[in-house]
Design a binder for this molecule. Structure first.
Ligand code: G6P
Ligand code: ZN
Length: 579
């Protein structure tokens, strides 16, 4: 069958917008398509798959079939995306099906652009019923690469599994798509258009988000830091959605020079890049920050603006440390937390650095499975303020998504606060100083993650099965190299708010000295299986804190590779990414 048929909706043309009160709705017959189950964050596939006839339309209709009518009839939805290839066509398909199903109004970011955190913020501010995010996050974009769609609920959080399971169920029985017979909406012009009782408003994707950031942070404090002649900052938007946010926020509002912003124009293929802010893919930023005349603070964000990486001068802040350091300094440096955070949380594979901060500050602490959606209930219940994941996600309960620019503003606030009384010429307290001081206080949790991307699924699944066997036979006290086992399990989480249970969330080997080895298969890949190994070791001794993480973790990494027989199962000699 032809791989790239045009959707029948994009070809539809009709006369100028009607203001009649009747909207013409067409019923388009369709058949189920296999494989529309959503992963860790939405449905992600190659663009060519989404271009198959009705592929996206089926999923969108299945979503409306899964929601109770009161959740969208005459309601308000938000639509945004990361600017990747296919978003333009997808926007029109989504708008027409939303109208066809009786949605009252859609707020769309100009040109279909709106970062994931901004969509969450806009849903909350406008009390919308939910929102669509057109993004495959950090996966490459363009005709040959990935596309994706996520649905967020009315408090701005990713739809819970109960909804995504329903959507999947409905994709298997779908027979009809309801489509409004309206022309393509011009997404380049701000303003409201109506078609009968259906309204589309094209909005500036930045203003509501910026307003929220100004409530959370002390912008004057940050502005004073950025304007110092002895402080330099750089931000790499990786040609993704934060390109639309960087200039209005960092430059226009906070006074950074325009040349501090790198790769600041959102492009449909992210400039052939892989918009994932880590040491491998954010190479431009890494080169700048490891050069001799490096700026003082460097940061990057991913395709849809929810991830972040923070670098000091020749210094990498591992995401597990980043959330711990933000939590430890939040009350002082960030007005939103002036009464102290309510609670802290991390995903299971994230290092235990945050646990130590929670203990010292005497705060409730939670360990959830990988996936930002698991933080939402705790936030809604008022039990959680600051959380993070090793996968370069950091955020708080100001919204219900992780937030890249928020993390950058948090770090700028911490550095600004620590230096606010320093005169020009006095040595500034640097990003590295903040980290070293943190380690001296709490000890250092050495952490590294090895990724083996796009492995054959069969071998990867067999390896996980093999490890499951192994943990079922393991006993406390078993030796693994020089490490003695405390326990091994497959992580299960019971949500303390609604009691829902998520099982099989990662195989962990926890040793008596607190070291951990964790194995998981990624839930966000779009082809084959990605194996992740997470390695962690706690080091209280300050004299050891400056050792390179890979050196410190070498013995544990060797244990991980040997017990899992990774090479035998996957045929891989080396990881594709190390963070
Ligand atoms: C997305 C999710 C995160 C998750 C990350 C890695 O960014 O929003 O919550 O930690 O993917 O997930 P994975 O299943 O690929 O390890
Ligand atoms: Zn993302």
């Amino acid at each position: 069958p032809p791989r790239r048929r045009r959707s029948q909706f994009s070809a539809m043309t009709s006369p100028a917008p009607s203001t009649a009160s009747e909207l013409k709705i067409k019923s388009v017959p369709t058949k189920p398509v296999e494989g529309q189950k959503t992963g860790t964050s939405g449905l992600r596939k190659k663009v060519s798959v989404f271009q198959e006839e009705n592929y996206l339309a089926n999923w969108i209709q299945a979503l409306f079939n899964s929601l109770p009518p009161e959740d969208f009839k005459d309601g308000l939805l938000v639509l945004g995306g990361d600017g990747r290839y296919f978003n333009r066509e997808a926007s029109q398909i989504i708008i027409k099906i939303a109208a066809g199903n009786g949605v009252g109004k859609i707020l769309v970011g100009r040109d279909g652009l709106m970062s994931t955190p901004a969509v969450s913020a806009v849903i909350r501010k406008h009390k919308a019923n939910g929102g669509f995010i057109m993004s495959a996050s950090h996966n490459p974009g363009g005709p040959e690469y990935d596309w994706g769609i996520k649905f967020n609920y009315n408090s701005g959080q990713p739809a819970p599994e109960s909804i995504t399971d329903k959507i999947y169920g409905n994709t298997l029985s779908i027979s009809e798509i309801k489509v409004a017979d309206i022309p393509d909406v011009d997404l380049a012009c701000l303003g409201v258009t109506n078609y009968g009782n259906f309204f589309v408003e094209v909005v500036d994707p930045v203003s509501d988000y910026l307003e929220l950031m100004e409530e959370v942070f002390d912008f004057q404090l940050i502005k004073d830091l950025i304007s110092r002649s002895d402080f330099r900052f750089t931000f790499d938007a990786m040609h993704a959605v934060t390109g639309a946010y960087a200039k209005p926020i960092f430059s226009d509002r906070l006074g950074a020079n325009l040349d501090c912003i790198k790769n600041g124009v959102p492009l449909e293929d992210f400039g052939h890049g892989h918009p994932d802010p880590n040491l491998t893919y954010a190479k431009d930023l890494v080169d700048i920050m490891y050069a001799e005349d490096a700026p003082d603070l460097g940061a990057a964000s991913d395709g849809d603006g929810d991830r972040n990486m923070i670098l000091g001068r020749q210094f990498f802040i591992t995401p597990s440390d980043s959330v711990a350091i933000i939590a430890a300094n939040a009350q002082m440096a960030i007005p939103y937390f002036k009464n102290g955070p309510k609670g802290l949380a991390r995903s299971m594979p994230t290092s235990g650095a945050l646990d130590r901060v929670a203990e010292k500050l005497n705060l409730p602490f939670y360990e959830v499975p990988t996936g930002w959606k698991f933080f939402g209930n705790l936030m809604d219940a008022g039990r959680l303020s600051i959380c993070g994941e090793e996968s370069f996600g950091t955020g708080s309960d100001h919204i219900r998504e992780k937030d890249g620019i928020w993390a950058v503003l948090a770090w700028l606030s911490i550095i600004a606060y620590r230096n606010k009384d320093k005169k020009v010429g006095e040595k500034l307290f640097s990003v590295a100083d903040v980290a070293r001081e943190h380690w001296a206080t709490y000890g250092r949790n050495f952490f590294s993650r090895y990724d083996y991307e796009e492995c054959e699924s069969e071998g990867a699944n067999k390896m996980i099965e093999y490890l499951r066997e192994m943990i079922s036979k393991s006993k406390p006290g078993d030796s693994y190299g020089n490490y003695s086992l405390q326990f091994a399990d497959d992580f299960t989480y019971t949500d303390p708010v609604d009691g829902s249970v998520a099982s099989k969330q990662g195989i962990r080997f926890v040793f008596t000295d607190g070291s951990r080895i964790i194995f998981r298969l990624s839930g966000t890949g779009s082809a084959g299986a990605t194996v992740r190994i997470y390695i962690e070791q706690y080091e209280p001794d300050v004299s050891m804190h400056n050792v390179d993480a890979q050196t410190a973790l070498k013995p544990l990494i060797d244990v991980a590779l040997s017990i899992s027989k990774l090479k035998e199962f996957t045929g891989r000699e080396k990881p594709t990414v190390i963070t």
